[in-house]
Ligand binder design. Sequence first.
Ligand code: MN
Length: 427
Amino acid sequence: MKTYVCGHRNPDVDSVMSACALADLRRRTGMADVEAICPGRLPDKAAWVFKHAGIEPPRVKRDVYVRVRHLVDKTVPVIDSSMTLVDALRRLESSGESSLPVRSADGTFAGMLSPAKLINFFLGKNDLTIPVSRAPLHHCAQVLNEADPVHDIRKAALGNSHNHFPVVDGDGKLVGTLLKRAFAEEPPFRLILVDHNELDQGIPGLDEVPVVEVVDHHRISFAATREPIRYTADVVGSTCTLVSRMYRAAGERPSKAIAAVLIAGIAADTLMFQSPTTTDADRTICSWLEKIASESAEDIMSGMMSVGSPLQSMPPEMAVESDAKLYQESGRRFVLAQIEETKMELFHKNIKGLEIAMDAQIAAKNLDFMALMVTDPVRGCSELLYRGIDSVKRELPYRRGDDGVFLMPGVLSRKKQLLPEVLAAIS
Ligand SMILES: [Mn+2]
């Protein structure tokens, strides 16, 4: 069965790198079909790292909904309408199915070949060597589109008296049959989560697919599981630190390229060991990786930082969404977004546009408030733009600058520094 390794929505460097490396480790340690995916646009800094390391980035896959195409039963034959009726009935008989879908000459769905529908035809002693296209077919079956999410059609299909559902593609071409019993089967893939565990922050469809493993360094807010799962969590600066440790524990040495990928995740998430989330474990494992990669974290970090500033390379609507995390706490629904920007003057010049983009997010996602933390990893400080209800704004412990922006000297971490203050302000 396929296993996807996936970081949080609005991918950042640590989540993409840890997914890529953990997929590699799981492959080496015996998992047959495992693939790292990126549940959104690949960050420019991450793209730079993969190019630099000389490996392909994870494929962008925006959801893990189980779709009709995943449940098509390949063993159920399709009847071509040019086939003689007698041959078609023989095939139906040998298939053991009660009906089979018929494909027209142009590839579209023609109807179901079903003995019940043919009784009058038999009684009329008709010639059975005519092509299926001239025989009466059953038409009223529910036709499914292969792209339909299963959760959308499950109820209607289960309520339908038929057991066989023809499946067509976007052009109406017949692709096969979905059998009713497929709805009872396990989803055809499963997930390993890295760098997050809150379902609200995960890839859409996450709640439909079994999670078999989590590797994370955030607060735990995961759901109850049906079966035991592997869960690796620790208070370290980067998920890549945890994945690197797992290589060591498994007696595996990452390739040069994967070592560079892991270094990038650590350097990005700890802001080159300046963030208060940094631990000795991050530094120690990083120097092990530097030897394998034969390059320094500083070099990889400065390579990443050379990639365009987000406020310069993205419109405000994209910048506020690029690393946004949704929280629901104390009856409040809010988003804390973060961007790294070494050109603070660009931020101040763009405040109006960013505010409009944040107000649009508040309306679209039905939020109480949204805060955008703009972090300068070089100067080691952040500034915060806040939109939404006043009660929270008043409680935040930060001083405000001339343009109403909160000043946060020494604050670099959303998770460890901003989130606790926000939680205190709403409780
Ligand atoms: Mn992380």
